[in-house]
Design a binder for this molecule. Structure first.
Ligand code: MSP
Length: 515
């Protein structure tokens, strides 16, 4: 039987500098979803990459005394390196400077122009250089750029425009008939009230004021302005071609999920669907605007000096600890925060105490009392029922949370089983059972249930903490990766090693300070 496809993307990151842990959050989130879908048997295609054109990058390269291409090559390499450090399982890392993308963007632009959806006009407005955006008076906040808060200036240039207004009614119709298109729900209302109700303005899609972009091939003093270039990455790299789309494209498009930050949901739920309608292509099934990761209560920024980088955090704490933190601490709809203190507290409480201890003491008991060989002796007591049910229910609980993209809540479900396992140890007190030979089969049953709980939990942990999942299964020394409580396994555990060491907060903070 052919497996159902699942196409997931992240936003493509600007190559303006090294990404901080906030930018890195998105690829980890997408990775957890992609891995989860693979675990559920989907044929997943997971795409990420970099957004490399624009005036800002041209300026940065100049400052550094290198060509824009040299500049983006270096930053894109760095971004990919960090995505790899985070153990993310993307299928393709795409760049907007890839020749295949550049060629298709030109063809797309021409097709839209031939169709009458793109026309030549004149742009006059208030322009924010760092954001490369024009704004209307009413969009400004305190007379400044609504995105970055900096000064704007009046500017005018000949430019091509895309007729967003033409597609407004069809867009609203799509929202109304595809209730899951924009998530979380609050973001949809924002789009409707702030942008659609006031009426969509045609969108400027070319620039003549800088060169670092894909030229309009039939009018080369224009470069294609960033959103037509950036958004189309989702189709060009899977083989979209105006005349002759590839088999891969036909298989994977439309995307099942575009994962993007809340700041760029507008581009993905207004511009992007309109571009696709112009190309007569189906629209993506869902756009999820995730919240942000803040440092304490602040936005992470270079000027505030509060930037945390994923590679540094991984050096201090290990990759799965960082993955756990960002996946767990950022709620579905509200921003989350990261500080060294809370990160250490989480590692100690959840990873070292709840999970690490459980695995260590269970395997140690299996080794001590049964030389590691444990099967299900089925000497049950009433306390087993709730515990085994919790293991059995994990499957549906996790699916329920994951289908709504409540990643932190899905992780909580797994840890709830680990917590219940620790409680099951306290309730059954294996060390007292071990005192009496008569209780041997009961003791083995208890350990069997614990090992099964850990096994099922570990299998479900794979999308979130892939290395830890593998390591637990290695220590359990079991090949069964089924998602359900199995009453017929036979364990032969090996000597356990510590999964997550407890961290001395003061010492660690000192170590970080002295770096
Ligand atoms: N290049 C555009 C996206 C084009 S998609 C066709 C862009 N790039 S970005 O580098 O600025 O941001 C990449 C992603 O990181 C965006 O989805 C953005 O929302 C997200 N984040 C940026 N800062 C973040 C946090 N502090 N926390 C979580 N996500 C953050 O926008």
């Amino acid at each position: 039987m052919e497996r159902e496809k699942y196409y997931i993307t992240t936003a493509i990151a600007y190559t303006s500098g090294k990404p901080h842990i906030g930018n890195t959050y998105e690829i980890v989130l997408a990775d957890a979803i992609a891995r989860y879908k693979r675990l559920r048997g989907f044929d997943v295609y997971f795409q990420t990459g970099t957004d490399e054109h624009g005036e800002k990058i041209e300026l940065k390269a100049k400052e550094k005394g290198v060509t824009p291409k040299e500049f983006v090559d270096e930053v894109a390499t760095e971004i990919k390196r960090i995505w790899d450090i985070m153990n993310t399982s993307y299928d393709r890392f795409v760049r907007t400077t890839d020749p295949i993308h550049e060629k298709q963007v030109q063809k797309i632009f021409k097709k839209m122009y031939d169709k009458g959806d793109i026309y030549l006009g004149k742009y006059e407005g208030l322009y924010c250089t760092p954001c490369e955006s024009f704004f209307t008076e009413s969009q400004l906040i305190d007379g400044k750029c609504p995105d970055c808060g900096r000064e704007v200036h009046t500017a005018s240039e000949e430019a091509y425009f895309f007729r967003l207004s033409k597609y407004q009614d069809r867009l609203v119709e799509y929202y109304n008939t595809h209730l899951d298109f924009i998530k979380p729900e609050a973001r949809k209302n924002e789009m409707i009230n702030n942008f659609i109700k006031p009426g969509l303005q045609d969108l400027c899609v070319s620039r003549t004021s800088f060169d670092w972009g894909i030229p309009v091939d039939f009018d080369p003093k224009h470069v294609i302005y960033v959103w037509v270039d950036a958004l189309t990455n989702y189709i060009t790299n899977i083989g979209y071609d105006v005349d002759n789309p590839s088999e891969e494209f036909k298989k994977y498009w439309p995307a099942d999920l575009h994962l993007v930050g809340k700041d760029i949901i507008r581009f993905h739920t207004i511009y992007w669907p309109c571009f696709l309608m112009s190309l007569d292509l189906p629209l993506p099934k869902q756009v999820f605007g995730h919240p942000w990761l803040l440092f304490g209560n602040d936005k992470m920024s270079k000027s505030k000096g509060n930037i945390m980088y994923a590679d540094d955090l991984v050096n201090y704490f290990g990759v799965d600890a960082v993955r756990y933190y960002v996946l767990h601490e950022i709620p579905y709809a509200n921003d989350g925060t990261i500080t060294y203190e809370t990160l250490i507290e989480r590692i100690n409480s959840d990873l070292a105490n709840v999970l690490g201890n459980l695995v260590n003491r269970t395997i140690s008991m299996a080794n001590k009392y049964f030389a590691g060989k444990v099967t299900n002796k089925k000497v049950t007591e009433s306390v087993d029922k709730d515990f085994i049910n919790a293991i059995k229910n994990l499957d549906t609980q996790i699916e329920d949370k994951m289908s709504r993209l409540e990643i932190g809540a899905a992780l909580d479900e797994i840890f709830e089983v680990f917590r219940k396992s620790n409680k099951y140890i306290d309730d059954t007190t294996p060390w007292s059972l071990a005192k009496d030979e008569e209780n041997k089969d009961r003791l083995e049953t208890v350990l069997y249930n614990l090992l099964e709980g850990i096994r099922v939990g570990a299998v479900f942990l794979e999308p979130f903490l892939p290395d830890t999942s593998k390591e637990i299964l290695r220590q359990l020394n079991i090949s069964d990766t089924s998602l359900q409580y199995n009453e017929n396994n036979s364990y032969s555990t090996i000597t356990p090693s510590v999964l997550f060491a407890r961290i001395d907060k003061e010492e660690k903070l000192k170590e970080i300070e002295n770096k």
